[in-house]
Design a protein around this ligand. Structure first.
Ligand code: B16
Ligand code: MG
Length: 216
């Protein structure tokens, strides 16, 4: 019998698709600095913190900046990003996400958010789903980026559950690794070729069910 008592959800790529907004804002910043990067490069930024994303982008443009300049660039990008996410609506919740969260809650499971984003509060508010989480652990509450398990371990702690009783839902390799490092079960959201280390890989939460959870 399954011992799963809690579900911890990543945000971008699992509950909503904010990657497109991150891409537009980072691209605008790169363009202002005089270079460009591809959508393929953008894949490497998924699940990665804002600071680390900027470092990767500056590397791609072969640009060196001081820490103070980096701070200003990250702030500039975030301002554009926030302008876009402040217009998000409930329609932008990914297919099946709300339904699966409700299924979990109705089955007596606890739910938490485990995201690298410092903007999760605004995204959850604009999409109207904040009430579906018992705990919210995001980039404002952690010091170590994924693949460090801190974000998920804090989620389990906030829910008062042992890590072994939790399952994480993640779309990024670093996030799957973080869940494994935290000794939790993990469902990959995306392609089995990329997220093969997960206990199960589905294309979206619309493919999840309580039966699949119990069989993890
Ligand atoms: P912010 P997740 C991550 O969200 C995104 O996937 C990643 O692209 C972004 O850089 C990171 O949040 C930080 O976001 O700039 O809003 O703090 O997938 O961990 O929910
Ligand atoms: Mg993600």
């Amino acid at each position: 019998m399954s011992t799963i008592k809690a579900c911890i959800f990543d945000l971008d790529g699992v509950i909503v698709d904010t990657a497109v907004y991150h891409y537009k804002a980072w691209k605008r910043l790169a363009n202002e600095l005089g270079f460009d990067f591809t959508e393929e490069d953008n894949e490497k930024l998924k699940g990665v913190s804002r600071t680390r994303s900027l470092e990767l982008i500056l590397q791609w443009g072969d640009i060196t900046k001081t820490d103070a300049e980096k701070e200003e660039l990250a702030t500039r990008k975030n301002k554009w990003y926030v302008e876009m996410i402040s217009k998000m609506t409930p329609d932008e919740v990914l297919p099946g996400a709300m339904e699966f969260l409700e299924t979990c809650i109705n089955a007596g499971l606890k739910t938490a958010l485990g995201s690298a984003s410092k903007n999760s509060g605004m995204i959850l508010e604009k999409t109207g789903i904040a009430h579906l989480f018992n705990a919210i652990i995001d980039g404002n509450k952690v010091t170590m980026p994924k693949p460090d398990p801190e974000v998920f371990l804090k989620g389990a702690e906030a829910l008062n559950e042992a890590p072994g009783n939790c399952v994480v839902f993640e779309d990024a390799i670093a996030g799957v690794e973080a869940a494994i490092a935290g000794e939790m079960k993990v469902v990959g959201i995306g392609s089995p070729q990329v997220l093969g280390a997960a206990n199960l890989v589905v294309s979206g939460l619309n493919e999840m069910s309580l039966e699949k959870l119990e069989n993890l």
